[in-house]
Design a protein around this ligand. Structure first.
Ligand code: XUL
Ligand code: CO
Length: 435
């Protein structure tokens, strides 16, 4: 028996670009082939349990606005109702995946033994629902930032008991992810950083975080988990400074602790903006190092300076993100997780559905634009032309030469470079033809 929470809302269908129905897809057509692959298999959409079901609509100035049938979330009975309604939403949207933190799906009990028991119970329940619906787990993760025990960090906490609690918690979440056939496991270190340097031993904290991540990888292999371990960069918020600042910082960290072949990155649009980058910059950095894993799709308010986690609605931005993802070969175990929440005034169940429909549509539109740009080849041709000088044997030989020899060549051949246009405006206008 459906709960009635989404009463009157039918499964979302593709109606084509001219449809004015907010509960229909205009661009997302799962079976449509783009660059030889189904759209659904390119985008691999996931719904985030925390924003869609666990968040109650509060902000720093006001309490919950949503009043869902599963609130307050302190009881296993209501955790099950929340799961029931989540799967009703998955049936309406038809997206292939979802993601969770342990704290989103089970009530917080304040001690490890009870948290473990309730996690096992609810993930068994979710597992049964997955069998029936066919919706799969893109990734699981541990919430090691909300409860007060995490206030000074998880693996970077000065208190070894918190490190131990974190290790036990990640073990339990990795076990649960493995049990549910999850395709990735994410670590986002919201409190792995500092509030003030005055009380922080940074070297010790980084060494503990590096050892912790190695333990996670060792445990993944021990239990035979085939999924990818992902870390998620973010520069700050909630901590003043987070050690996983951006893609480049994470890559340096992974190399330092010998994890570059074991761990990839989960990149988020809003986190990129907070770090002073574009989303496509972060994707390109990870792709250049072979460490692009998955994305958290959302949008930040460019005026606010904090992580607003809105649903994406800007085709040019999304198109460039997928352009770099497709150029890197597309997702393997990763996907497009909507780490996005409706605004606190969007209190109707219809708002929750319409937000995802709009987000999925924008992503589909961006994907098609990206594929068209790749098919046309204009950007690739421009780059190839710009670096064509490096295709000559003399230029390549210089890389194996030395400063003495190169200086002698410059004198002998009277080398004097001719500046060339970078053609930026022409390329920007080129991109506009597709979006
Ligand atoms: C926070 C954030 C997290 C991670 C998972 O900004 O993005 O929800 O995605 O912990
Ligand atoms: Co995220």
């Amino acid at each position: 028996m459906p709960s009635g929470f989404f009463e009157g809302i039918e499964p979302i269908r593709f109606e084509g670009a001219d449809s004015k129905n907010p509960l229909a897809f205009r661009h997302y057509n799962p079976d449509e082939i783009v660059m030889g692959k189904r759209m659904e298999d390119h985008l691999r959409f996931a719904v985030a349990w925390w924003h869609s079901f666990a968040w109650e609509g509060g902000d720093p100035f006001g309490g919950p606005t949503f009043e869902r049938p599963w609130h307050p979330q302190d009881d296993m009975g209501r955790a099950r109702i929340k799961a029931d309604i989540a799967f009703e939403m998955f049936e309406i949207l038809g997206q292939p995946y979802f993601c969770w933190h342990d704290a989103d799906i089970r009530p917080e009990r304040g001690n490890f033994a009870d948290n473990l028991r309730t996690l096992e119970e609810i993930t068994d329940y979710i597992g049964e629902k997955m069998q029936v619906s066919g919706t799969k787990l893109l990734w699981g993760t541990a919430n090691m930032f909300s409860h007060r025990r995490w206030m000074a960090g998880a693996s970077t906490n000065p208190d070894p008991d918190v490190f131990a609690f974190a290790a036990a918690t990640v073990k339990s979440c990795l076990d649960a992810t493995h049990k549910l056939g999850g395709e990735n496991y994410v670590l986002w270190g919201g409190r792995e950083g500092y509030e003030t340097l005055l009380n922080t031993d940074m070297k010790t904290e980084l060494d503990h975080m590096g050892r912790f991540l190695n333990m996670v990888v060792e445990y993944k292999h021990k239990i035979g988990f085939q999924g990818t371990i992902l870390v998620e960069p973010k520069p700050q918020e909630p901590s003043k400074h987070q050690y996983d600042y951006d893609a480049a910082t994470c890559i340096g960290f992974l190399r330092k602790y010998g994890l570059e072949n074991e761990v990839k990155l989960n990149l988020e649009q809003g986190h990129a903006i907070l770090a002073g980058h574009s989303f496509e910059h972060e994707i390109a950095v990870a792709a250049a190092e072979g460490m692009l894993g998955s994305i958290d799709m959302n949008r930040n308010d460019y005026q606010s300076g904090w992580d607003t986690d809105q649903f994406p609605n800007n085709t040019p931005e999304v198109a460039l993100a997928y352009y770099y993802i497709l150029n890197a070969g597309g997702f393997t175990t990763g996907g497009t997780n909507f780490d996005a929440k409706i605004r606190r005034q969007s209190i109707d169940s219809k708002d929750l559905i319409a937000a995802h429909v709009g987000g999925m549509d924008i992503c589909a539109r961006g994907l098609k634009a990206a594929a068209a740009m790749i098919d046309d080849g204009g950007l690739q041709a421009a780059i190839s032309d710009r670096y064509s000088g490096w295709k000559t044997p003399e230029a390549l030989a210089m890389l194996n030469s030395d400063l003495d020899d190169i200086a002698a060549q410059v004198l002998a051949k009277a080398i004097n470079p001719t500046p060339r246009s970078g053609r930026q405006e022409i390329l920007e206008s080129y991109v506009n033809m597709f979006v």
